[in-house]
Design a protein around this ligand. Sequence first.
Ligand code: KG4
Ligand code: ZN
Length: 330
Amino acid sequence: MLTLGIESSCDETAAAVVEDGRKVLSSVVASQADLHAAYGGVVPELASRNHVVKILPVVEEALATAGTTLDRAGGIAVTAGPGLMGSLLVGVMFAKAVAMAKKIPLVGVNHLEGHLCAVRLEERHPEAPYLGLIVSGGHTSLYLVEDLGQYKLVGRTRDDAAGEAFDKVAKLLGLGYPGGPVIDRMARDGDPKAFRFPRAMPKRLEFSFSGLKTAVVNVVRSKGIPEGGRLFDLVASFQEAVADTLASKTLLAANKAGVTDVVVAGGVASNSRIRAVMEDRCAAEGIRAWFAPPALCTDNAAMIAAAGYPRLVRGENHAVDLTANPSLEL
Ligand code: KG4
Ligand code: ZN
């Protein structure tokens, strides 16, 4: 069965065609990053207006690349939340219109469940139970995945999300938006031990990144933005503190729950250093760490199709009553 996935929760308009919930036939992502870069973050009004412009061409491109048409789609899965209301509405309304006009079953998907399901698009992936860490621009949360579709929240951030910390630090240092990919690249040439940055609440499953952000702000306040190699050292030390914190808490949660697999998902999971640290620290404790390929870690619609597929197969259809919910919980 072909599933058409649609994602528009933040600043990416995305559509994908996935076969039997596993095989990605196409995954098209139109990023608005350039549009928001001048503001150092996403401007909701601009985001929703741009989704309206992009949604149809993006869906058409996804269908064409997959060599198929809407008539052959067995179901549609669309992100229903969480996210920006105006952005979510574009995807949800578009999906409902198509589903009703073409009589195709439609399910709404939780964006966070989508992130966790990205790893299912890989040939090899773990079966539940496992520990899922979602690290994105809006969320930093640990879930015990007890079964397919059964999630128990075991820890979350009390302030900034990890991706938000990357973006804010990059903005402070004048490195542009989004900050994650730039810091990832620059940190390769820096010394991660050059600056001593705090790791918040090491024995707890709760995250906090505001203290780390303030520590970077204090460096800049007292000495200005470092120049040359010191700037690379600064971002490397910041990134190391994030990687260390994420790995420690994920391992703590995995050991508490008695599971031997962890899945790291969301845009920040594409960070090369975070992947390496997580892999090493998990391996040392006999735990397997799983990641989707970087292109499926950041927002995309293939992960939404993967998450919606089992429900479409069960016969769910919400073409008429689906609504967007900006604060949808997992
Ligand atoms: O999952 P995502 O694409 O969108 C949300 O659902 O939020 O995550 C976007 C976040 C941004 O904060 C971005 O800076 C961060 O993921 N990000 C990264 C990297 N690539 C994207 N953070 C660290 N390293 C990266 N390579
Ligand atoms: Zn996301």
